[in-house]
Design a protein. Structure first.
Length: 294
């Protein structure tokens, strides 16, 4: 018999972390440590156990994405309907609370047959948008990209800058999706490195661009340089290339051997920047969507 529960103890949280670590590259859980900082997301975390052993986990993040892991594909096939139903129920409650009609979204590699089967069996519709993963070796010589005259870069000064960082994010991406609470969740995650959370300043001292860098895997010496965003008033000046390069230099000093960045298939500017900086496309993820009401 399956036993299901929410997150009720520190041991539950450690069991979840251990399961994600055991799955390693097979894990489908994205940004777990950031997500779990948010009370609404934390309350959506569901655990499935059998004979006392954790076998599956699922949550719905702040952007209505369903993330889950199962200890095996057989467990995924067995519990797929419950995982989808749980995610739908969580988002339906949020939609009712906010009078929204957000869809439940889900992402996986097109080569992941078990997750593709999960999507087709549980009412998810394939979308055109894809997530693109790029990587480059630090053995490739790095060309310094200068900042425009009057512009400079620095690390974020601390949590007191969260409201300004949210405004910059929203302007850069033309969205209201980022909130102060969500930015603080990023900054309070265990793997967050304050000295690699970078911003570019305009000549008047305002924030013009940002790039959140960090170590994706200290053991494997892998670093990341995303998300990246530039305020519309400061585009076309080479700020993104200059700031990303500064971040890459910091990662190289930290000893990484490979640097990765991700972007969307509907962001051609970021794709061009990745190619200009000698990144190569290494993988793609497809996205699905499901109406849940509210």
């Amino acid at each position: 018999m399956w036993q299901t529960s929410g997150l009720s103890s520190a041991q539950d949280l450690e069991d979840v972390r251990r399961m994600i670590a055991v799955l390693g590259k097979r894990s489908g859980m994205v940004d777990f440590e950031e997500n779990i900082q948010l009370p609404e997301v934390r309350s959506s975390l569901r655990l499935w156990r059998k004979a006392g052993e954790l076998r599956a986990i699922a949550l719905v993040d702040a952007w209505s994405n369903l993330w889950f892991d199962c200890i095996s594909d057989a467990v995924m096939d067995e519990l797929g309907g419950e995982l989808a139903a749980w995610g739908s129920a969580c988002l339906r409650r949020r939609n009712a609370k906010s009078s929204s009609q957000d869809t439940l979204d889900f992402s996986c590699s097109a080569g992941d047959s078990a997750r593709m089967r999960f999507a087709s069996q549980n009412g998810f519709r394939l979308l055109e948008v894809r997530s693109l993963q790029y990587a480059r070796s630090t053995a490739i010589p790095l060309e310094t990209r200068p900042f425009p005259p009057g512009y400079s870069w620095r690390a974020v000064r601390g949590e007191e800058e969260a409201p300004a960082l949210v405004n910059l994010h929203r302007a850069a991406f033309g969205t209201e999706a980022m909130t102060v609470e969500e930015r603080l969740a990023i900054m309070r995650a265990p793997q967050y490195q304050p000295d690699m959370d970078l911003v570019a300043e305009a000549p008047d001292g305002s924030l013009a661009a940002f790039c959140i860098c960090g170590l994706a895997s200290a053991e494997e010496r892998v670093g990341t340089t995303d998300p990246i965003g530039v305020h519309p008033a400061h585009r076309g000046l080479g700020l993104a290339a200059a700031l990303v390069t500064a971040g890459m230099e910091a990662l190289i000093r930290a000893g990484v051997e490979r640097i990765e960045l991700a972007t969307s298939s509907d962001n051609p500017a970021m794709q061009r920047l990745a190619r200009q900086l000698s990144f190569e496309l290494i993988s793609e993820k497809v996205w699905f969507s499901k109406k849940v009401g509210g």
